[in-house]
Design a protein around this ligand. Sequence first.
Ligand code: ATP
Ligand code: MG
Length: 239
Amino acid sequence: MTSSPSIAASMPQANFKTEALLTANKLNKTVQVGEQTLSIIKDVDIYVNAGEFVIIMGKSGSGKSTLLGLLAALDYPDSGTVELAGQTLSSLDEDALAVIRQHDMGFVFQSFHLLPTLTVAENIAFPLDIARRPNPARVDELIDAVDLGHRRYSLPNQLSGGEQQRTAVARALVSHPKIVFADEPTGNLDEQNADQVMQLLLDLRQKVGSALVVVTHDPALAEMADRVITMHDGRIVPT
Ligand SMILES: Nc1ncnc2c1ncn2[C@@H]1O[C@H](COP(=O)(O)OP(=O)(O)OP(=O)(O)O)[C@@H](O)[C@H]1O
Ligand SMILES: [Mg+2]
């Protein structure tokens, strides 16, 4: 017997499988150090829902950056899969992955990673330009959102650390990505700039509706997250 639409609609939400935006299954990663093979990510399962703010914490060397690189398909696992919006990233070739990185992902790194020969405006426009979807109005909107109108023609080496990271935040969100990955985005900033950058990242992500995965050592940030994941020695610590 099939249930009528009205009955189905009144059923509790828990009866329906909610699809995560990003799912990683049994990720493993080893590195070769001299003669030794070191296992640095061990059987990691992780999911991130659409629009969710997830924080990854853990001691130095526990595997946080390596995991983020695998989730963002910047690096390949030895085994295991990462799916984003139903697509298995490891089954895609470099061109297809590049399209997904341009359209669906944003990145913010501790050391800013701006293109040194491009101005603030050009750096923010970059993801739209390489995807051949230029949108000057959107770039202006983002420059205003991160309060850098007066610096739009500056080069990265003419900016303070906070200004560089605000540029990187604007760049990460300019193409309305489904998910933004940030590895210690405030790690090189003083407390005041760190607070400002993080607040901008959260505000913009709220407007765009992107999921956000942030590696941080900052316990204050953990309070603001939907979920905190802790890593220890290449594994996720069970909660
Ligand atoms: N390419 C590599 N070759 C050898 N060892 C590596 C390599 N990349 C990472 N490792 C090792 O893997 C472990 C996890 O590194 P990772 O950078 O992911 O840690 P992390 O949790 O991000 O640390 P931190 O908080 O210091 O940034 C560390 O012991 C590191 O030395
Ligand atoms: Mg790291």
